[in-house]
Design a protein around this ligand. Structure first.
Ligand SMILES: C=CC1=C(C)c2cc3[nH]c(cc4nc(cc5[nH]c(cc1n2)c(C)c5CCC(=O)O)C(CCC(=O)O)=C4C)c(C)c3C=C
Ligand code: FE2
Ligand code: FE2
Length: 344
């Protein structure tokens, strides 16, 4: 008996040609800054087993009965504070698109390279990105998860989704995925340059700098996720490059979600403690985010600034992420060109 693969050939037939596709991928964000948009986004995000590892009945009840009833409304208000009203989209989308445009411009002399971008959750989806690259004749694709530090909840889930899309294709493109770049020279150099430039432009001199990374449940690391080690390696490399010790460049973890213990020290508790201990002027850098987003523009620059000031702090600066800046694009370009070797 002939076995027929259940393959979707509607859009994804490869055009003849030998082009190389580069797909930048970041986490994802709601399509609209209202409760309905945030609900759709959170439902997809928090139903991912890579993010919430125990998707059992208790979680189904908590997610559908509690979180998705309340959180979309409160988070929509947060998104409204940072929304790009000109483009009517989340900053994460604006910045990721610009990173892709600038990378395409930098690779313009390689006419057979096509650059596109996608979001792991929401839009534009990874499927639409891969379909578009294949439709332009790409038979090789380099996927670039925009996370300097690897974690299963971010980098691995990008690969999961890419492989789900490829699983439906008869004529699959050849695939490469960029590795985490948590201590690459270009990345550390770009972070250091951006910190030095920000410090030089501030109207005050911070007594210390806090490097705040997105947190995760401690148990994920105990089960083998290398994320914490990557964050430590980035921070230590930055300390060496800036000539600062652990008392001048602190490492913290933000964005705790739920009641489990997450990686410590927590950013918000550190803000409170520092201010109460008499620190008056600080700067916060967020090296784990390739682009500014809700977690940097609202949680750090607004919420944590407020916690610091409320407890006696006087001056707080949130240093922008590398985004599509010259040093930021240097990181992405260097990574992509290195991983495209042999293909271009
Ligand atoms: C268990 C939950 C979560 C884990 C683990 C997690 C890891 C993780 N996340 C990022 C990057 C981003 N997260 C963002 C938002 C966000 N993250 C979680 C939960 C977990 N993240 C939630 C529920 C949300 C949505 C906001 C909220 O409801 O609080 C974002 C911002 C997206 C945006 O729209 O701007 C980013 C980016 C990393 C790097 C990471 C790795 C440990
Ligand atoms: Fe997150
Ligand atoms: Fe947050």
């Amino acid at each position: 008996m002939t076995r027929v693969l259940p393959i979707d050939t509607s859009k994804a037939t490869a055009a003849p040609g030998a082009r190389v596709g580069v797909l930048l991928v970041n986490l994802g964000t709601p399509d609209t800054a209202d409760a309905a948009g945030v609900r759709v986004y959170l439902k997809e995000f928090l139903s991912d087993r890579r993010v919430i590892e125990d998707q059992g009945l208790v979680w189904q009840f908590v997610l559908n009965g509690i979180i998705l009833r309340k959180r979309p409304r409160t988070k929509a208000l947060d998104y409204q504070k940072i929304w790009n009203t000109e483009k009517n989209e989340s900053p994460l989308k604006t910045i990721t698109r610009s990173q892709a445009d600038k990378l395409a411009a930098a690779l313009a002399d390689r006419t057979h390279v096509v650059v596109d971008w996608a979001m792991r959750y929401g839009n534009p989806s990874i499927k639409s990105g891969i379909d578009a690259l294949i439709a332009q004749g790409c038979d090789r694709i380099l996927v670039v998860p925009l996370y300097p530090q690897y974690s299963a909840s971010t980098s691995a889930t990008v690969c999961d989704e890419v492989f789900r899309v490829l699983a439906r294709l008869r004529a699959q493109p050849t695939l490469r995925v960029t590795p985490p770049y948590y201590e690459d020279e270009a990345y550390i150099e770009a972070l250091a340059a951006s910190i030095e430039a920000s410090l030089a432009s501030l109207p005050f001199k911070p007594e210390l700098i806090v490097a705040s990374f997105h947190g995760m449940p401690k148990s994920y690391v105990e089960h083998g996720d290398p994320y914490q080690g990557h964050c430590v390696a980035t921070t230590e490399a930055l300390r060496r490059r800036l000539g600062m010790d652990a008392s001048k460049l602190l490492l913290t973890f933000q964005s705790r979600f739920g009641n489990d213990e997450w990686l410590q020290p927590y950013t918000d508790a550190t803000m409170k403690r520092l201010a109460q201990d008499g620190v008056r002027r600080i700067a916060v850098v967020t090296p784990g985010f390739a682009a500014d987003c809700l977690e940097t523009l609202e949680e750090i620059a607004q919420e944590n600034a407020e916690i610091f000031r409320h407890n006696g702090g006087e001056a707080f600066a949130a240093i922008p992420c590398l985004n599509d800046s010259e040093p930021g694009m240097d990181v992405i370009r260097t990574l992509v060109l290195r991983e495209l070797q042999g293909w271009i």
